[in-house]
Design a protein around this ligand. Structure first.
Ligand code: ADP
Length: 164
């Protein structure tokens, strides 16, 4: 049976931290679906469509297409998993701040469907401080974010901020 994982998140925008989890996840699982929620009430810098396009471009640049794909959904993550016959939820774990939230989400999803396992990959030491929200703040103030996001994302952030 194929090992299929889903990597859910907001990815506003995708960072080198996310990309590292995707690459490492793609070595563990046959397929990884990067999943963006349609119904999140989050105030994002990029629209859902923009984030999907950005991710598609990076998957091509990184030659990850085939094994890794991107999708979006409305509703419960466990329902998406059931629909697509996926039983692994992949999440990245950074020190401290992530733990309580991730633990709670994993418990909740397990409560909703115990045949779906959440698997955590711990962050790489080079990326543990990377957070999309912080990167956007740095960009707003003109800071250098080239070591934090792929260059195509850096360009998108710059043009988005310039057009605001
Ligand atoms: P969410 O809004 O669901 O937290 P994010 O896009 O912020 O979505 O993150 C998606 C997943 O990627 C989460 O599991 C998060 O912990 C993980 N993640 C985010 N940044 C990093 C990083 N720098 N290193 C490792 N994992 C990360």
């Amino acid at each position: 049976m194929k090992k299929k994982a889903v990597y859910p998140g907001t990815f506003d925008p995708l960072t080198f931290g996310h990309l590292d989890i995707i690459k490492r996840g793609s070595k563990l699982f046959d397929t990884v679906t990067i999943l963006l929620a349609k119904n999140r009430q989050k105030n994002t810098l990029f629209t859902l469509e923009e984030r999907i396009e950005q991710i598609k471009m990076i998957l091509e640049e990184e030659k990850l297409t085939g094994r890794v794909n991107v999708d979006c959904f409305q509703g419960l993550l466990v329902d998406y998993c059931k629909q697509k016959d996926i039983n692994i939820i992949l999440r990245g774990l950074r020190p401290m701040a992530d733990f309580d939230y991730e633990f709670e989400m994993a418990m909740t999803n397990r409560g909703l469907n115990s045949s779906i396992e959440t698997v955590f990959i711990t962050t790489d030491q080079n990326f543990f401080y990377l957070r999309s929200s912080l990167i956007k703040d740095i960009a707003v103030m003109g800071g250098d974010i080239s070591s934090m996001v792929p260059s195509s994302i850096e360009d998108s952030i710059k043009s988005k901020l310039a057009n605001r």
